[in-house]
Ligand binder design. Structure first.
Ligand code: AMP
Length: 284
């Protein structure tokens, strides 16, 4: 496979896309923050199957990090990322720096009311505003036919689907399944922060969600009971500190009292200093 072309400026990226679109090529787009792993690769693989050309972006977006979060120490592994993109058959890698993406006098943001304030939005105010803004900017620069997002970040996915609908953005959002380690841990760039002891405890997230899914399969419909059982299981891990344990309607992200239709069991848990999220879909 040839290496993807690396484009660092908006002008270069836009010109590349314009040329592809003039030739009637479809563009599949995978936005990432780098430190790529098999979860990201599954998005690129899916995009490869459904489009003529593939663009992967790598940009650690400052506007989605709050004060005291891990912006500065977020893993940056460009060479390995480039290799993974080559193996996955990406055609272009958009790798802008912060100044390229944000004009110093930048003052325009995209907000998706309501959906951005619940779950992760409670402890990360401004996070989804940063995500919606950067993804809109990336869509305008790359002009993709389809964009691929993981269900690992279920709230982000729901927010971006809503944004695309509300703003008539001309792109199809394609949800992709969560890729997990063989033992169940959802792949995440932040797993790199975990010590071996924390890595073991991190397994509590997927185990707890699986337990909840089984309970629903056996007929449990009471959300409070399910949430209580999940919290109890998580509290067994000595270094786990729960941010939230929730069961929400998958479309509205509102809390439910009874499992009906498509719901989402979602967790955010700090293991030591590392905040991890995971979720599972529940179908009653
Ligand atoms: P990030 O680099 O963390 O911003 O993630 C970029 C994209 O990869 C997002 O759409 C994530 O939802 C997706 N992603 C991250 N981890 C996984 C995973 N384990 N399985 C599937 N998609 C993932």
């Amino acid at each position: 496979m040839p290496d993807p072309i690396v484009l660092k400026t908006i002008v270069e990226m836009s010109a590349w896309s314009a040329k592809a679109l003039r030739k009637d090529k479809s563009i599949g787009f995978v936005p990432t923050m780098g430190a790529l792993h098999a979860g990201h690769k599954s998005l690129i693989d899916r995009a490869r199957k459904e489009n003529d050309l593939i663009v992967v972006s790598i940009f650690v977006n400052p506007t989605q990090f709050g004060p005291g979060e891990d912006l500065d120490k977020y893993p940056r592994t460009f060479e390995a990322d480039e290799k993974l993109c080559t193996q996955a058959g990406a055609d272009a890698l958009f790798f802008p720096d912060r100044k390229e993406m944000y004009h110093e006098a930048s003052r325009t943001y995209v907000e998706v009311g309501g959906l951005q304030d619940v779950l992760c939005g409670m402890s990360r105010p401004g996070h989804f505003r940063g995500v919606a803004t950067v993804v809109t900017k990336l869509f305008n620069i790359v002009r993709p036919t389809r964009a691929y997002f993981g269900r690992k970040d279920a709230q982000q996915l729901r927010i971006l689907q809503t944004m695309v609908r509300d703003l008539n953005q001309p792109v199809e959002v394609v949800p992709c399944e969560i890729v997990r380690e063989p033992d169940g841990l959802a792949l995440s760039s932040r797993n790199a922060y975990l010590s071996p002891r924390e890595r073991k405890q991190a397994l509590g997230l997927s185990k707890t969600l699986e337990h909840c899914k089984q309970a629903v399969a056996k007929g449990e419909r009471d959300a409070m009971k399910l949430i209580g059982a999940m919290a109890e299981m998580l509290e067994e891990e000595p270094d786990a500190e729960i941010d939230y344990v929730a069961i929400v309607n998958a479309a509205t992200l509102e809390d439910v009292t009874t499992i009906a239709g498509e719901c989402l069991a979602a967790l955010a848990v700090r293991i030591g200093k590392t905040r991890l999220i995971d979720n599972v879909r529940l179908n009653a």
